[in-house]
Design a protein around this ligand. Structure first.
Ligand code: B16
Ligand code: MG
Length: 218
């Protein structure tokens, strides 16, 4: 039986993935890197440093950049992202999400956060959702990012549960892979072609209810 739910943040609880994409796109323009439509999915769920590596690899000469330059680019991207986050308020909570979290809490499910974002505490604060989460993995302490299962395995342990007792909810390919590898049950939010590996899938968070999950689990 399911006793806990592990949440991704960007693209699941709120649509900040569009802000991440915009900030990376602006950095790519600044560095004269042609923006490829495939970047949008490739950057989801992936750490800031690994995301930068995806962009620089597209230049064909990623080794031309020094460690200092890379750190500077990552800082510039984050500054742009933080500026975009100024618009964030509880109005930006994904459809149905507050009702889902409230239902989980009322039925004593344990709730954990498995976001790769170092900005996650700030985002949850801006949305007014911090109090729902009993456990949060600090992404700065991870040895490997998604698609490695580490972030979900750690979240399961922090909740004091076994992987098979948990649902993991994700919008990213790398995230679904990570959940599957952790042994938790993967719930994808988004398009079928992107999230084919998800065990359960909903087009949007509006369909994310305990009843709908139970029905698909059968
Ligand atoms: P930051 P998630 C991920 O969050 C985003 O999907 C990904 O696009 C971003 O690069 C990563 O966080 C790191 O974010 O630069 O704020 O530390 O989807 O795992 O909640
Ligand atoms: Mg995400």
């Amino acid at each position: 039986t399911i006793k806990g739910v592990l949440f991704d943040l960007d693209g699941v609880i709120t649509d900040t993935s569009v802000y991440h994409e915009q900030a990376w796109h602006e950095l790519a323009d600044q560095l004269q890197i042609d923006w490829q439509p495939a970047f949008a999915e490739q950057l989801k769920g992936v750490s800031r440093e690994a995301s930068l590596a995806v962009l620089l690899n597209a230049t064909g000469h990623p080794n031309d950049y020094s460690a200092e330059q890379k750190a500077q680019f990552a800082t510039e991207k984050n500054d742009r992202y933080l500026a975009l986050l100024q618009q964030l308020s509880p109005a930006a909570i994904a459809p149905g999400m507050t009702a889902f979290l409230t239902a989980l809490k009322a039925q004593n499910y344990r709730i954990g956060l498995a976001s790769a974002s170092k900005n996650a505490p700030f985002v949850l604060e801006r949305l007014g959702l911090s109090d729902y989460f009993q456990a949060r993995v600090d992404p700065a302490t991870l040895r490997k990012g998604k698609p490695d299962p580490e972030i979900f395995s750690r979240c399961v342990a922090l909740l004091g549960l076994q992987p098979a007792e948990c649902l993991g909810i994700e919008d990213a390919q790398a995230g679904i892979q990570a959940i599957n590898a952790s042994g938790a049950v993967s719930v994808g939010i988004g398009a079928k072609d992107v999230l084919a590996a998800a065990q359960i899938r909903f087009e949007t968070t509006a369909e994310l209810t305990l009843a709908n999950i139970r029905q698909q689990l059968k």
